[in-house]
Ligand binder design. Structure first.
Ligand SMILES: NC(=O)c1ccc[n+]([C@@H]2O[C@H](COP(=O)([O-])OP(=O)(O)OC[C@H]3O[C@@H](n4cnc5c(N)ncnc54)[C@H](OP(=O)(O)O)[C@@H]3O)[C@@H](O)[C@H]2O)c1
Length: 285
């Protein structure tokens, strides 16, 4: 599998997003474990998760526990797979999400993630989403402290605008390694953040890279150019989509979600699909 970089780590160009295995509509544990193992077998070495990928407050960290279990069963450790988790988002249990970005809360959340992932230090810890009630410097300052204390090895942010990316880079003393923002054929407004990451050499992880859980299956029906290129190449529209994202810059590492082994096995093939300039122009249009 093609490799890309997150800080000093070399990882697979396509990662696995864990969310569909832990929120509404999630499969049973056996299918989730098979899905994670299919990703590992296909060469995936970066898995995205969050403490908030769960159903209700009794279930916090469901996805982190699942990933830790799947890795343990596969005999894989932190040197083999970069687990990228997040803190700062919460779910009350009614399907909604809210933010909590105070420094004390983030430090406690990180400690709990450490326990669930059963590691000495978290591979990549990302501040999930800015909290309008808390100065951004305070939230990112907590991430800086976690880095300094060795609780996390790499620091990232998510759902950030260009100003917040620059501020985070300053607060972290140049140690910001990743930005995770929404980016897909249907949601292209993160282009400025993607370009800034390319300029600064920071990994850019598109979230919902196929348009999100409920739309990903019909990507070709929603975006004709992707269906056309896919038909010409004899591959899935989802592969074309991920290859188009990879071609934007070598800092891009899409993290397609999956709850079935077949989905992630198909998605990883995008890393070997090289689109021509003419095809990319059609997809951009
Ligand atoms: N930072 C944030 O605020 C934030 C927000 C949302 C998501 N995320 C992260 O980003 C990850 C990806 O986003 P997402 O899961 O919301 O949406 P997505 O990746 O756009 O779509 C996920 C869905 O795509 C389907 N799929 C994947 N590969 C496929 C293929 N090759 N062919 C057909 N269908 C395919 C999967 O179906 P099956 O379930 O049937 O396998 C899955 O449910 C999440 O898992 C999460 O880790 C982060």
């Amino acid at each position: 599998m093609q490799q890309r970089r997150i800080g000093d780590r070399s990882v697979s160009a396509i990662g696995l997003g864990g969310m569909p295995m832990s929120i509404e509509g999630r499969p049973d544990e056996a299918r989730s474990i098979r899905t994670i193992h299919a990703a590992l077998d296909a060469g995936v070495t970066v898995i995205d998760t969050a403490d908030a990928y769960h159903l209700d407050p009794t279930d916090v960290g469901h996805n982190e526990l699942l990933i830790a279990k799947a890795l343990r069963l596969a005999g894989k450790g932190p040197d083999d797979v970069l687990v990228a988790t997040k803190g700062g988002h919460r779910r009350p249990g009614d399907g909604s999400w809210y933010v909590q970005g105070g420094a004390d809360y983030l430090k406690k959340a990180c400690e709990a993630s450490l326990q669930r992932l059963d590691v000495e230090a978290i591979g990549l810890y990302q501040f999930h989403r800015p909290d309008p009630e808390v100065p951004y410097e305070e939230s990112v300052g907590a991430i800086r402290d976690l880095l300094d204390e060795g609780k996390i090895l790499l620091a990232g942010i998510s759902n950030a605008n260009p100003e917040q990316i620059r501020l985070a880079q300053e607060v972290l003393g140049g140690r910001l390694v990743s930005v995770q923002n929404q980016f897909s054929p249907a949601f292209r407004s993160s282009e400025p953040e993607l370009e800034l990451c390319a300029e600064l050499g920071i990994a850019f992880l598109p979230w919902s890279p196929l348009g999100g859980i409920s739309r990903a299956g019909d990507l070709g029906g929603r975006h004709a150019a992707f269906a056309e290129v896919a038909a010409e190449r004899g591959v899935s529209p989802q592969q074309v989509c991920l290859a188009w994202e990879l071609a934007k810059s070598d800092v891009v590492i899409p993290i397609p979600g999956a709850s079935r082994p077949e989905s992630i096995t198909d998605s990883v093939r995008a890393a070997e699909l090289e689109l021509s300039a003419e095809e990319l122009a059609r997809l951009d249009g």
